[in-house]
Design a protein around this ligand. Sequence first.
Ligand code: ADP
Ligand code: AMP
Length: 221
Amino acid sequence: MRIVLVGPPGAGKGTQAVRLAEKLAVPHISTGDLFRANISQQTELGKLAKSYMDAGNLVPDEVTIAMAKDRMEQPDAANGFLLDGFPRNVSQAEALDELLRTEGITLDAVLDLEVPEDEVVKRIAGRRICRKDSSHVFHVTYNAPKQEGVCDVCGGELYQRDDDREETVRTRLEVYHTQTEPIIDYYKAQGLVVTISSLGPVAEITERALEALKREKAENK
Ligand code: ADP
Ligand code: AMP
């Protein structure tokens, strides 16, 4: 399956993507995680991305699209993928469509995670991620690690993302509304959008997502 996850920062895309990717046996491709890996490896791309990320802005399309394309062309993504955080504006969505067209493949669904803004703010404020692998995500109260400050998955150190500070979060939410939300209409026009609530226990949301994707698949047959 080829799925795009959308939703505001803090909606739970990464949290759900890890679980859905396992259930659907496709790789989880997060452009945010790819940028953070580049930052920790101190690559040129990482240095460039960090300046935009710390300000809460989008990294320029040219480098983002090239990075996402490169990842999608890896052998493990040949039979499907779950995109998390990409595309994030209409030009990236158009670039993705173009890439899929040249490969002769299509998206199966765009899963839109809905969460009220006050909940998103609480989720972001308590988010802690792993220094070794930023796809290992926790929350100080909602999804606390067994040992404070230590990743349950790999023992790495947990820390608060620089861009999860309150001032930056405001910019990121604004960027979401002005630049990312329009892709929902873009994909609605293609009949691909499946909207679910991302409120409630993590496992319940995963079930809700799988059910919604199954229904979408049955309807499109
Ligand atoms: P996104 O990838 O959309 O930015 P994350 O998956 O990183 O969001 O989740 C943001 C924060 O909210 C994390 O700290 C995560 O542990 C927490 N979280 C995720 N899903 C839920 C949920 N259903 N209920 C409460 N907290 C959640
Ligand atoms: P995320 O981990 O998805 O919350 O992304 C963190 C940050 O990485 C964003 O605020 C952007 O600065 C950058 N980023 C991630 N994905 C993209 C993308 N598709 N386009 C541009 N910037 C991105």
